[in-house]
Design a protein around this ligand. Sequence first.
Ligand SMILES: [Zn+2]
Length: 363
Amino acid sequence: MEYLTRILRKVAKEAEFKFHPRCQSLKRAHLCFADDLLLFCKGDYISAHLLLRGFKLFSNSSGLKANISKFAVYGAGMNSNTIDRLVDLSGFQKCSMPFQYLGMKICAKRISKADCVSLVDKMFCKELYKFVELICGKGVDWSCSPGHVSWSVTCRSKSEGGLGFRDIALWNFCAMSKHVWDISSKKDNLWVKWVNIIYIKQGDWWNHVAPVDAIWYWKQIVQVKDKLKTVFSHQEFHSFSFTIASLVSKLNIVAGRWQFAMIWDRFSYPKHRVIIWLALLDRLLTLDRIQRYKPLQSIACMLCGNAVECHSHPFFSCCVSSKILVEVLQWCNISYHGHDLKNLLKWIGKKKIRKAEGRFLSA
Ligand SMILES: [Zn+2]
């Protein structure tokens, strides 16, 4: 391939050879991927002829022949006469866009929904979502069915209040952000050079606006960059040690999700974990909540009978449960005077850290 590259560079220097308009600045006439080769030049007979002649020289010297049945000529904005002459010259078949490459359609315009059907079938994301929604809830932020937590919440990691299902849309956004980061950090690859020459030119990437005639995927990447601007300054993004996973968790933290790590402590009972998880999300099936979709005779607390059983009642407000709490605390010799579940969990968290530090120091 090194030899082929040298030959094609020499071809490109010939006076009569003209580059494909999009490759002029990069002075590229070919791309190799595994054992695939793409050759491109301006759509005139002489340029194509020179390119094919270079390839023939490579074939004759190396003994590596092109598989004629797989080789194809694609022309854009060329007259059919020139294309026919090239087909005769090369012996390759004449094909037109789009074509299939590595399971994806390659075309000059935006890929349509129909073009992606085979890929979507393989990924079956939506069907997968539907399946999990059936088990976990209806996937809306507020559901009238009892106890359901929205799909977007279950998709958060356990430490952020979810059940750790992967949010594929968020994951996809972060995967696309990798391209934004590659450009920001001036990664040394051909694609970054290419978009710099074609789109960004000498401009400022962080404030770049996609040209109206830009290809659809470029507009998408610019949109991703603009969304990232609401979270990062350019300097922050540039110095962010980028991985897709680290960006996912960063965006989750920015979205104001609290630290739930403690709930999923392996020393607590699974049933208790789920109850505390629902309590922190205000999703416990208290009577005032059930009453919204099911008529009840009374919504008074079953322990004290003095107040409505609302979300804040059973843990600290109820005179019966708070009496139990006080006695348990005394029995365990623990001094705690807060009246809020979230603060209680924070307090337990700090105790745990101190205990771990104590163990470390005594060791
Ligand atoms: Zn009560």
